[in-house]
Design a protein around this ligand. Structure first.
Ligand code: GLC
Ligand code: CA
Length: 563
């Protein structure tokens, strides 16, 4: 593999709306982010990904952009953004923005012009398609529920939206549109941006015949994913975009890719792939229901571990995936992947250990480093997420009680990750002087940054040690370029793997006990060196290794050993 500047980096995702509010409007802002750069530096972060901060009506929380060249007023000004870039640079950190170009907002100038002249130049920036027999052109269900087609007023045409109807899809077939997008990307890169997280990008290729498929739900529609899976040729667009933009700047790109075709991994993230890396969603996909949250799969440890292992092995020798346990679209990892008995600080540190030391680029989502959890709500009106509201309604339509539908939201809602960052146990968790835009998780009185700063055994302190270990001069090479080799796979509830460099006799064993009972791990070596553990009792562990070449892992115990 060709060496790249981002290979050994650790990234952090900020959800600006919920990070830190400095002007008391209840909405996080750029000034808040700037004021916490030292906090992030101290954590060991190199790359910061900001969820969208562009001008937006916020129908989908900023993933509906009405002007790609403007900072949303809610978040601040372009001057503040430039300050953020400069302050990050001073600290040797990189800023990455969200790139949302499968669609824009229906308030974007292009779409307004398109509606004003449905046969004109701008209509072709979108998919304006004639209906069939007085109905929509096809039977696709959008990602947020309902048809992907919305009538264009005063015409017999419909426009396509894979997400909300306020997010019309952009027509990538149109060379003029593509040039506009490249120009915009380069404008930001010229400012000194290090790269982009690329949103929903697999969707940009459409089958222009828009064929209907067999319905897959009681609404008579079929998931629009079906068309995405069937159509060929997205790669040509991705290459064209890369050559015209990222490549010229040696920019870092991390793509959100679902439904990639088999055997395309090298084309996506290989040495000359479309992107630097892409998120590994295999663990999240394994839990997805056939119809929605209400029929999702329960968490099963072995399935989860095996999904991650398969994904790790698949990327070996090809490229790096970006490893996450959560993001702004997912519930909190500690609430999802830890059994009830492990939902404590030891368990949270264990999950961090097995995730952060995988092969690939670790992405930490804001609040993960203090072990923030899912948040229970008593009524659907307490949610502010278009997808949660849709999933709730689908659950009820499928016959679930309100209680059951709310339970689904508690387990799956995107708002679980979007509750304001918990800085202190004071007013509004130190997030804002005023009422936050989205209700806080009441557990901020126990789980918050200020409290954890005081303790050397906190989750936060552990994240710092873990990241420092990953980046330490002695082991960075192994953690970055070392192979991933599954270990102790036959042991119940054990998550273990080796990281070893080609030609080295020794390597690093990462091993954790997700079970309830103690578990003996036979190392067959009496000279293993302990690099990190997440519980007390290091002396006993040392002794077990020296005397008997083994360790006994208690429930929720994790160890990183050089052997
Ligand atoms: C991506 C984003 C998600 C958004 C969607 C539409 O999946 O992560 O938050 O709703 O794209 O832009
Ligand atoms: Ca604010």
């Amino acid at each position: 593999m060709k060496r790249k500047w981002w290979h050994d980096k650790v990234a952090y995702q900020i959800y600006p709306k919920s990070f830190l509010d400095t002007n008391g409007d209840g909405i996080g802002d750029l000034a808040g982010i700037i004021s916490k750069l030292d906090y992030l530096k101290n954590l060991g972060i190199d790359i910061i990904w900001l969820s969208p901060i562009y001008q937006s009506p916020f129908v989908d929380q900023g993933y509906d952009i009405s002007d790609y060249y403007k900072i949303a007023e809610e978040f601040g000004t372009m001057e503040e953004f430039d300050t953020l870039l400069a302050e990050a640079k001073k600290r040797g950190m990189y800023i990455v923005m969200d790139l949302v170009v499968n669609h824009c907002s229906d308030k974007h100038e292009w779409f307004r012009k398109a509606l004003a002249d449905p046969d004109g130049e701008y209509a072709d920036y979108f998919y304006f398609v004639k209906g069939k027999d007085g109905k929509a052109p096809s039977n696709y269900r959008s990602y947020f529920g309902g048809s992907t087609w919305e009538p264009v007023p005063g015409t017999d045409k419909y426009y396509l939206h894979m997400f909300a109807k306020e997010q019309p899809d952009l027509n990538w077939e149109n060379p003029g549109l593509r040039q506009e997008i490249y120009k915009m990307i380069n404008w930001w890169l010229d400012k000194g941006l290090a790269g982009f997280r690329i949103d929903a990008i697999i969707n940009i290729k459409k089958d222009l015949k828009f064929p209907s498929f067999e319905p897959d739900g009681p609404d008579g529609l079929v998931s629009c994913v079906k068309m995405v899976e069937e159509v060929q040729g997205v790669g040509a667009y991705l290459e064209d975009m890369k050559h015209n933009t990222f490549e010229k700047y040696d920019a870092f790109t991390v793509a959100e890719v679902f439904n990639m075709k088999d055997d395309e991994l090298a084309e996506f993230i290989g040495d000359d792939g479309h992107f630097s890396t892409m998120f590994d969603f295999s663990a999240h996909e394994a839990m997805q229901g056939e119809h929605g949250w209400y029929d999702g799969n329960p968490f099963r440890f072995e399935e989860w571990r095996d999904a991650i292992f398969r994904s790790q092995k698949e990327a070996e020798g090809i490229g790096f995936k970006a490893n996450i346990i959560e993001n702004h679209d997912e519930p909190r990892g500690v609430s999802r992947f830890l059994p009830e008995y492990a939902q404590n600080e030891a368990g949270k540190k264990m999950l961090a250990t097995t995730s952060i030391l995988l092969r690939g680029i670790p992405f930490i989502y804001q609040g993960q480093e203090i072990g923030m959890t899912n948040c229970r709500r008593n009524d659907i009106s307490e949610y502010d997420d278009i997808s949660t509201i849709d999933q709730y309604q689908e659950a009820v339509a499928a016959g679930c009680t309100v209680e059951k539908a709310l339970e689904c939201c508690y387990e799956n809602s995107r708002d679980n990750a979007r509750t304001p960052m918990q800085w202190t146990d004071g007013k509004n968790a130190g997030f804002s002087d005023n009422s936050p835009w989205l209700g806080l998780n009441p557990n901020y009185t126990e789980i918050n940054v200020a409290e954890q700063e005081k303790r050397d055994d906190s989750v936060l302190a552990y994240y710092r040690r873990l990241i420092a270990l990953r980046k330490s001069p002695e082991y960075a090479e192994t953690f970055t370029y070392g192979k991933f080799i599954p270990a102790y796979e036959d042991k119940n509830n054990i998550f273990a793997y080796m990281r070893t460099l080609e030609g080295n006799e020794k390597g690093i064993l990462v091993v954790a006990n997700y079970g309830k009972e103690d578990c003996e791990i036979d190392l067959k070596k009496t000279d293993a060196e302990i690099l990190l553990t997440n519980m007390n009792g290091v002396e006993e562990m040392k002794k077990e290794i020296a005397d008997r070449g083994r360790i006994i892992l208690r429930s929720c115990e994790a160890a990183v050993l050089y052997l």
